[in-house]
Design a protein around this ligand. Sequence first.
Ligand SMILES: [Zn+2]
Length: 496
Amino acid sequence: MELINDLPADAVISFYKQGTFTDLCRGPHLPSTGKIKAFKLTSLTGAYWRGNEKNKMLTRIYGTAFEKKSQLDEYLVAAEEAKKRDHNKLGRDLGIFMTSDVVGQGLPILMPKGAKILQILTRFVEDEEAKRGFMITKTPNMAKSDLYKISGHWAHYRDKMFILGEVDEHGESPKGEEIMALRPMTCPFQYQIFKNGLKSYRDLPCRYSETATEFRKEASGEMHGLIRIRQFTLSDGHIICTKEQVEEEFKRCLDLSYYILDALGMRDDVTFRFSKRGKSKSDKYIDNDEAWNNTEAMMKVILDDLKLEYVEADDEAAFYGPKLDVQIKNVYGKEDTLITIQIDFAAGESFDMQYVDVDGVKRHPYVIHRSSIGCYERTLAFLIEKYAGAFPLWMCPTQVKILPITDRALSFAKSVAEKLTYEGIRTEVDSRNEKIGYKIREAKLEKVPYVLVVGDKEAEENTVNVNKRGVEEKENLSVEDFVARVKDEDAKKIIF
Ligand SMILES: [Zn+2]
């Protein structure tokens, strides 16, 4: 009755019947439960009526059904496999991240291993961006509402922002106080850098990049592990260029993303989505039909020229322009955006960015918003699921673990570790007084790429007994040869 009372007077109310059971339901139901040949109840949870904790707790029963028993069995095996790879469980089990009730939902805490992986990825991305002509910036995490009013965020995106101070429904302070907000993106900050001093066409393109901390107020039901969170680190960047440079710059952005996806071993896991305003007239978009049509057409030419296979999606654009979204699915098949490249027709004018063109006339530039590796936390989530924790050597927090067989070999183990560490190889020694078999099993569970076993014989010959992850045979190598091999695999970002 409560649900019906909330419906508009002219709404169609439907019921479906199954034997003696009558269901208030949008439908459809199966014509007969006899059609279900195989089913399984998968879980039971408590849920507050209409998601409000002041209401009664109800029991929610989850189940799944198939036409054949074999399909059900196949599904259950796949679901079990997915659960093992679910980053939200595995990432915690491996000590990569945690959450804490007193810190809050959607605010994952990266533990030493997770923080190390992020540091490795960040350095890789920042160095690669520098090679490709990006200038690094460091801009504030918050700004006055004035900035977001110019950018359009205050009008189009305020619901998703963390605002510091009290505002009314128009986004103004009732007491006339200065209102600040945590930033949801870096663009308007980097535009200030562009505007600092007169620019000429010779200065373009201006490529700015930043490893930026950003904030978005995701709804509590939306948050998930490291994929949907309220504070994240984005490889954010903006290219400010002439209209004629957009195509070339766009292609360079995609090339950078390909390079990074290759290094992560994820190039084959992604699909492309051309996200347009399309026919949507929603007021979440900047109102300028001509600019929308032109920019969407411009992006289509670029994508077709690149011979990219993509799906078109209406009503998925940014509020200032169309996007190319690089999409990826998690272990449960849910799709999210990993990387995005966007063309912005509006910022040049709204921020009054200008450059002096060849003919001496001042013009507004175009802006390309782009990320290169995407949001680091989200990318880490997909890496955990892809590799089930067995990360490629180059991004492993610990690349080599050295296990002395007895205490007599401990000083040799430590001297090898020192050499490896000096060569930039991330190395640990397991010096615990445990049986060697136990230590080997534990190191394997941690999925360390190389486990070195050393005893009296190795100490005498200055060699190491090499156990490579996923390889049955062991190998004896001199310390020098081992160092050379690991450095080579690390530099080439070999994935095994
Ligand atoms: Zn941006």
